[in-house]
Write a protein that binds this ligand. Structure first.
Ligand SMILES: C[S@@+](CC[C@H](N)C(=O)[O-])C[C@H]1O[C@@H](n2cnc3c(N)ncnc32)[C@H](O)[C@@H]1O
Length: 462
């Protein structure tokens, strides 16, 4: 049983501006990739494995480009709730760093460094907006995890202490497993404090049945010479695999060398060896593994090596391009490239109507039922309103054009509020009497409390 926590992190606006999932996002499967990379034109006919894969029914690996809030919402709607054994995320750290992704163009004599993009913390300026951003995302990620599932959240000193409290709240303190300290080396100019050379990886499980495959390290020289661990007794005889790893790791360094084979010039790229250890520890070969801040796609790459299925997501085009070419070049299994996008501002359908219903009264006249299904006012978090039709208080009045000519809205009827209270009393369903035996377009226009308008049109034959 999960222990109850009454200690919580609060910040200005907690709960007010979180988890607004604009459900009008558009999902597209933009590509199905059957990796069959060509490095020289001569290889063309020598490698056709990719093409032979086309017939396969299911593709189990997916690369998403989009905001992870919407991507996770989409996955939950597609039946991925409780299907993921391991989530690793390496979100922005609120470090105020501007990361440039650099590539070198041209040969050595004539090369130039191209700064492809600047990553910052996505408009997240302070700790409040950081927490507003990550809190709903962590809550949604939990829903994807199986009972044996885990999440690793990779952070550093900037925000790990705040996020740990959020994870306690979302997962319960009893489900905290480890705080892994990943130590690395590298230059640092300051003489003002000890050099900051570690990250923290917070591990929480969904339940006490979480997967754990112990990982080992070589015994120290002293232990090997003694032939026993420090604690004496038969039980402590040396094992073939080595000693079980502690929660601090010093044996994997950052990708420092610009010429390292692994280095994809993606500024926050994590070493594959680090992620390999996490994946091996907390997932099985049949596991689905996900990373919703996937950057250069390290998780997908390592899952390919370890035979796990994967879902990755990033909202940056550079990340998409880096991951895609990385996976193709490494001849990964087939995968889909999918996008989740909000329509451009002027394309957003703010008003949707119910299916119109027509009932004949006699051979000359009919009753037409018109109703508002949904209306999305700008900049309002409708999720905070618990009622069934949260949009109603935001509508000031609405109008009906019973014979819309496609150009001018002729307001035949106006549905208004009896008082000036913007409550749920405004009717959003109407029945109108119209002549039978003709085809017509009907338009409905909403005025909201901010003075904004939206129109929807349907065509009927009575
Ligand atoms: C620290 S990097 C991840 C690096 C990755 N672990 C690797 O090995 O390459 C964080 C990534 O999160 C992405 N990101 C930030 N906010 C996001 C969001 N709301 N949805 C999806 N991706 C996001 C950024 O574009 C960036 O690529």
């Amino acid at each position: 049983m999960e222990s109850k926590v009454s200690t919580r992190l609060i910040w200005d606006g907690k709960g007010l501006n979180q988890g607004i999932i604009d459900s009008q996002y558009i999902h597209k499967e933009v590509e199905r990739v059957f990796p069959n990379p060509l490095f020289q034109t001569g290889e063309l006919f020598h490698n056709t494995t990719g093409n032979n894969m086309r017939g396969i029914a299911n593709i189990n690996n997916h690369l998403f480009k989009g905001d992870n809030l919407q991507v996770i919402d989409y996955l939950l709607q597609q039946g991925y709730a409780e299907k993921v054994d391991l989530i690793y995320i390496d979100p922005p750290y609120l470090s105020d760093s501007k990361y440039r992704s650099r590539v070198t163009i041209g040969d050595k004599k004539d090369n130039q460094v191209l700064n492809r993009d600047v990553f910052d913390d996505d408009g997240i300026k302070d700790i409040d907006s950081y927490l507003d951003n990550i809190y709903p995302r962590l809550s949604l990620m939990k829903k994807l995890l199986t009972a044996q599932g885990s999440i690793f959240v990779h952070l550093d000193w900037h925000v790990s202490h705040y996020v740990k409290l959020l994870l306690d709240e979302i997962f319960a303190p009893d489900n905290f497993i480890n705080e892994i300290i990943w130590c690395y080396t590298g230059g640092s100019g300051t003489k003002r404090h000890f050099h900051r050379k570690h990250d923290c990886i917070l591990w929480y499980a969904r339940s006490e049945d979480y997967i754990f495959n112990p990982q080992y390290r070589p015994y120290s020289q002293g232990t090997l010479e003694r032939g026993l661990t420090r604690v004496k007794g038969d039980k402590y005889r040396l094992r073939k695999q080595g000693a079980i790893l502690q929660d601090w790791w010093v044996d994997i360094n950052k990708i420092l060398s610009p010429t390292a084979r692994e280095n994809l010039k993606f500024p926050t790229q994590k070493p594959a060896a680090l992620l390999k250890r996490l994946i091996e520890a907390a997932s099985n070969p049949d596991s689905l593994v996900a990373d919703f801040y996937s950057g250069s796609g390290t998780i997908a790459q390592v899952c390919e090596e370890l035979g796990r299925n994967w879902i990755i997501c990033d909202n940056s085009e550079i990340a998409l391009e880096t991951s895609l070419s990385r996976l193709v070049k490494n001849k990964s299994r087939p995968f889909t490239v999918e996008t989740i996008e909000l329509p451009a501002e002027d394309e957003i359908i703010k008003l949707t109507l119910k299916e119109p219903v027509i009932n004949a009264i006699d051979k000359n006249s009919c009753l037409l039922s018109i109703g508002i299904n949904n209306y999305i006012p700008a900049d309002v978090n409708l999720q905070m309103v618990k009622e069934e039709s949260p949009f109603v208080p935001f509508i000031s009045f609405w109008e009906i054009d019973l014979n819309y000519n496609g150009i001018t809205f002729n307001s035949d009827l106006q549905v208004c509020r009896e008082n000036n209270q913007y409550d749920y009393s405004l009717p959003v369903d109407m029945v109108v009497n119209i002549p039978c035996g003709e085809k017509r377009s009907v338009a409905v226009k909403v005025y909201d409390v901010f003075g904004k308008t939206a129109v929807d049109v349907f065509t009927i034959t009575t």
